[in-house]
Every structure is written in structure tokens, then in C-alpha cells.
Design a protein around this ligand. Structure first.
Ligand SMILES: NC(=O)c1ccc[n+]([C@@H]2O[C@H](COP(=O)([O-])OP(=O)(O)OC[C@H]3O[C@@H](n4cnc5c(N)ncnc54)[C@H](O)[C@@H]3O)[C@@H](O)[C@H]2O)c1
Length: 348
């Protein structure tokens, strides 16, 4: 049996403590957290003790970790404005790079990442976790049955409190509300709705029309994102995301095709996540069977994503989410911002 992949973490904040950690604990034969880096001591100590990382391998400067620690791969989970620099520095030392979404904050940064991972020949992937929930995996498996797609739609809306701003005492809120840190609802929340619905439509996006704006909150980034996409196969997709609209049904996507429709509810009871429509039977709940304890808890799909990614790394196979997929998702976001400014559809 191969030795576990030695993993370094860059960023030990909310998502690592709440979600990534559970996934790593379920993958102890494949991956071992060997070194960690964070600029906030408290976060580093929490994750360090959870994974028994020795003091020597806890770093306040991620560059020092890259220089000194014996690692095969890193996971980057920091505010968006740090992703490009940290991916590029990691690629330079030759480790595999798993980056939380989004790839970067601009297409210019994304191009620099593509060049760095290609020049240094390192595996690189971005976390598109919602594709790995049980509901989405089952929907993907059923796509051949529904045939040619013509319409996709997805939504991820919820109201943030009025004190959500860049001075918020919770750092995870503060950076999300700040343009200089790469925040905003389209790159944070709608990011997931975009790749999820585009995966179901199964055709690359060619044109983007959108309005991405700050409607309600006192922040210098968007709290409202409405997109209209046209795909290469002629299908049309609508995406609505907002931090400024109260909603009861947060996070779902659906696809309509010649032989039927599929609807996946994210962030819900995992067992009830998938519905299917056919002319003969109308809308029906699809029973998701064969779910183990971990699958039942994995409402964000992180455990499924990390299992697929680390197994592929261990076996030297292509990673399930390619750099090109993440680049395409960012290009849609970039085009949506341009479409808003220029009030026209943008070709990508
Ligand atoms: N895929 C998902 O479903 C999902 C969900 C939540 C967050 N995320 C992503 O995870 C990333 C982190 O989000 P979060 O909610 O954990 O934020 P957070 O603010 O809770 O955590 C960020 C961590 O990064 C650390 N940090 C900041 N600058 C650093 C630096 N230069 N070097 C090392 N560490 C640094 C902070 O101290 C903090 O511990 C973001 O990219 C976010 O979009 C993804």
C-alpha cells in the first residue's frame, strides 16, 4: 500500500475547522496532515491539535512552510485575494495544489496560475464540492436518460444581516464584504450555483448577460447577481444569487431536457436532495440509496470531493475537477461583471 499523501494546509479558518477537517478524518489511509500555516495563531492551534501536528510544523508564514516542510500537496483555504499568490508559490516548490474556490479574483491572476501550474507540471484543482453530494452525483449519473438539455436554472439566495460589512468583528464576514479581499456574493455564493447548473446542462457557456450589483448592504462588493447564460448547444441558463433577498429555499439547481428534468437541492437533508420529472410520472422524489454514515452527513460534498481528489492524486490519475473547469467558471463571473458595466452580452 502507498504511504499517505503528506498534506500542508494554508489557512485553518472556518471551512477547514467545520468541514474539511471531517473529510480529512475520514481519509486517514490516503492523506496525513503534516504541516499547517495560518496568520491567526488561534486557528492554527485548533487545527494543529485536531490533527496532532507538531509545533515545529505549525507556521505563521506559509512560505516558510513551503520551504521547510516535507509535503506532497497543499490545500489553500484563505480569503480570495490570496489564492493566486499562494497557488503560484506552491506550484514553484513542486507540490500538488488544491485550492478553495474561486480560482482567483481576476482573469489576469487566473492566467498567471495556469502558466505556473503548467510550467512546474504540478497537479492543480479547485474545490467544486457541490458536484460531489449524493444528490448531484445521482443527477449526473441520470443525465444520459434525459437527453438534450435546453434550460437550466439555479438559485442561492439569503439575506445577510445589516451589520454585514468589512468592519464586522467576525473576520470571515469582514473579508467577504470587502472588494480588496475578493469578496462579494457572485464569487462566494453564486460560484457554486454556476458550476452546478452548468454541469447539469453539459455544454460550455458562450454568452453571458448579467446584472451584478450592490443593492442593499453597505459594502463595496455585490450583494445581488442575476445571470442569463447561453450555452454552446443553444441551451439557456438563469442563475440568481443574492445576499440582499430573503429566501426560504436556499441553494438548488435544475435542468430541463427533451426526456425529462432533474432538480437538486443543495444544503438540505441529503436523502431528499433529488427530484426527477418525466411526462409519464410528473415530479417524483428520487430515493438515494447506498449512503453510508459519511455520505449522509456530507451535505456540502466536501468529503466526496476530497476522497475523489486524493484518491486520484495517490493513483497518479487526472483530478476530477480540472484547472480548465475552474477557469471557465471564473470566466463566467468575470463576463457577468463586464456585462453589467457594458449593458450587453459578453462572449467568452
Ligand atoms: N467550497 C465551499 O463550500 C466553501 C465554503 C466556505 C468557504 N469556502 C472557501 O474557503 C476559503 C476560506 O473561507 P473561510 O470561510 O474558511 O474563511 P475564514 O476567514 O474563516 O478563514 C480563512 C483563514 O485564512 C487565514 N489567512 C488569512 N490570510 C492568510 C495568509 N496570508 N496565510 C495563511 N493564512 C491566512 C485566516 O487567518 C483564517 O484562518 C475561501 O476561499 C472560501 O470561498 C468554500
Amino acid at each position: 500500500m502507498n504511504k499517505p499523501i503528506r498534506l500542508g494546509l494554508i489557512g485553518c479558518g472556518g471551512i477547514v475547522q467545520k468541514t474539511h477537517a471531517r473529510a480529512y478524518h475520514s481519509l486517514t489511509e490516503t492523506v496525513k496532515i503534516t504541516a499547517i500555516a495560518d496568520v491567526v495563531e488561534e486557528n492554527m492551534q485548533k487545527v494543529g491539535s485536531d490533527f496532532d501536528v507538531t509545533d515545529k510544523h505549525r507556521y505563521s508564514d506559509y512560505r516558510e512552510m513551503l520551504e521547510k516542510a516535507e509535503i506532497d500537496a497543499v490545500t489553500i483555504a484563505t480569503p480570495h485575494s490570496f489564492h493566486a499568490e499562494q497557488v503560484i508559490e506552491s506550484a514553484k516548490v513542486g507540490v500538488a495544489v488544491i485550492s478553495e474556490k474561486p480560482m482567483a479574483t481576476s482573469m489576469d491572476e487566473a492566467d498567471q496560475i495556469m502558466e505556473a501550474v503548467s510550467q512546474n507540471a504540478v497537479p492543480y484543482t479547485v474545490v467544486h464540492n457541490y458536484l460531489f453530494t449524493a444528490g448531484m452525483q445521482s443527477a449526473i449519473a441520470q443525465l444520459p436518460e434525459i437527453g438534450e438539455t435546453y434550460y437550466g436554472r439555479s438559485t442561492g439566495m439569503g439575506l445577510r444581516s445589516s451589520d454585514f460589512n468589512s468592519n464586522h468583528p467576525n473576520p470571515a464576514f469582514a473579508w467577504r464584504a470587502s472588494k480588496s479581499k475578493g469578496g462579494g456574493c457572485i464569487s462566494d455564493t453564486s460560484y457554486h450555483e454556476i458550476y452546478s447548473v452548468c454541469t447539469l446542462v453539459q455544454s460550455p457557456v458562450r454568452y453571458v448577460e448579467a446584472r451584478v450589483r450592490t443593492m442593499v448592504l453597505d459594502i463595496d462588493v455585490d450583494d445581488f447577481a442575476m445571470l442569463l447564460l447561453e450555452h454552446e448547444n443553444g441551451a439557456v441558463t438563469t442563475i440568481s444569487g443574492a445576499w440582499s433577498v430573503p429566501a426560504t429555499d436556499f441553494g438548488w439547481c435544475e435542468v430541463h431536457a427533451e426526456n425529462g428534468s432533474l432538480r437538486v437541492k443543495h444544503r438540505y437533508n441529503v436523502k431528499e436532495a433529488l427530484q426527477k420529472y418525466t411526462r409519464a410520472e410528473g415530479w417524483k422524489q428520487i430515493e438515494l440509496t447506498d449512503l453510508d454514515e459519511e455520505g449522509l452527513k456530507d451535505s456540502s460534498g466536501h468529503a466526496g470531493y476530497f476522497a475523489a481528489t486524493f484518491n486520484a492524486l495517490a493513483e497518479n490519475r487526472q483530478l476530477p475537477i480540472s484547472a480548465e473547469k475552474a477557469y471557465h467558471n471564473l470566466a463566467i463571473i468575470d463576463a457577468a461583471r463586464r456585462a453589467t458595466k457594458e449593458r450587453r452580452a459578453i462572449e467568452i
